[in-house]
Design a protein around this ligand. Sequence first.
Ligand code: AMP
Ligand code: FE
Ligand code: FE
Ligand code: ZN
Length: 284
Amino acid sequence: MRIDLHTHSTASDGTQSPAALVLEAAHLRPRLDVLGLTDHDTTSGWDEAEAAACEHGVTLVRGVEISCEREGHSIHLLGYLIDPTFEPLIAELALARESRVTRLERMVELLVADGIPISYAAVLAHVPPGATPGRPHLADALVTTGLVPNRDEAFARWLYNDSPYYVAHYAPDPARAVELVLMAGGVPVIAHPYAVRKGLVPVPGLIEELAALGLAGVEVDHPDHSAEARRELRSLTAALGLFATGSSDYHGAGKRNWLAEETTAREVFEEIAHLGTGVGVVRP
Ligand code: AMP
Ligand code: FE
Ligand code: FE
Ligand code: ZN
């Protein structure tokens, strides 16, 4: 049974529609049995994914990837099976999405001031209707303007986290996000703790702190994690009684990785399904 619990669609910065993503899962060989849809700061892809999952016989775990921030550093929290109508969480996600707009406008201004010919209108042309706007859409605009060949190159040259063109957006503290996910009946799992620059927020301390608040799991296997990072996270999760997930963080053609590149154990998936009460797993 193959299970991939972290993917993105055109509801945020993935390049495939939710239905196309589900179809790809169904057509993978060996097939992907369980797909988690976790777009950045939105649940707007859920309905389309659910319909496609029923049609193609793919088990669907509906989730969200919440952008959080602590001391200026970005931390991502996965919230599985949350109630998408839980008002405090909806409000927090809406705030983050709105501030992502002003933040991208500011990044465009900084690029323009340095002679890089780009416009916010060009960025908007790459944001699908209703999608959470992000740096990858700005990268797409830089690609179509002919300034770089692909998203990766746009990130390497201008959009990386320490770049002088980087602007932060509003994001809740991870402790608050864990609390909101739990109140929404969801299962909080910290995403790729070591995919961000190492050593900034002390990761073991953060995971311990969040575990005390009810964090359920850690994304241990992730394409951006070294073998050493995985070893450390695996022993930490075991010591804290958390479960370990593995996921591709697939973004379609937007990043050099593939669906089901990393996978989660069946028992862990069943535990998530059991713990989540906000919505159920879609089992066609
Ligand atoms: P944002 O949330 O707007 O700050 O953008 C962060 C997102 O950019 C991440 O979730 C990734 O999807 C994407 N990203 C980060 N680095 C790269 C890269 N090198 N190439 C393509 N996409 C990237
Ligand atoms: Fe992303
Ligand atoms: Fe992430
Ligand atoms: Zn992600």
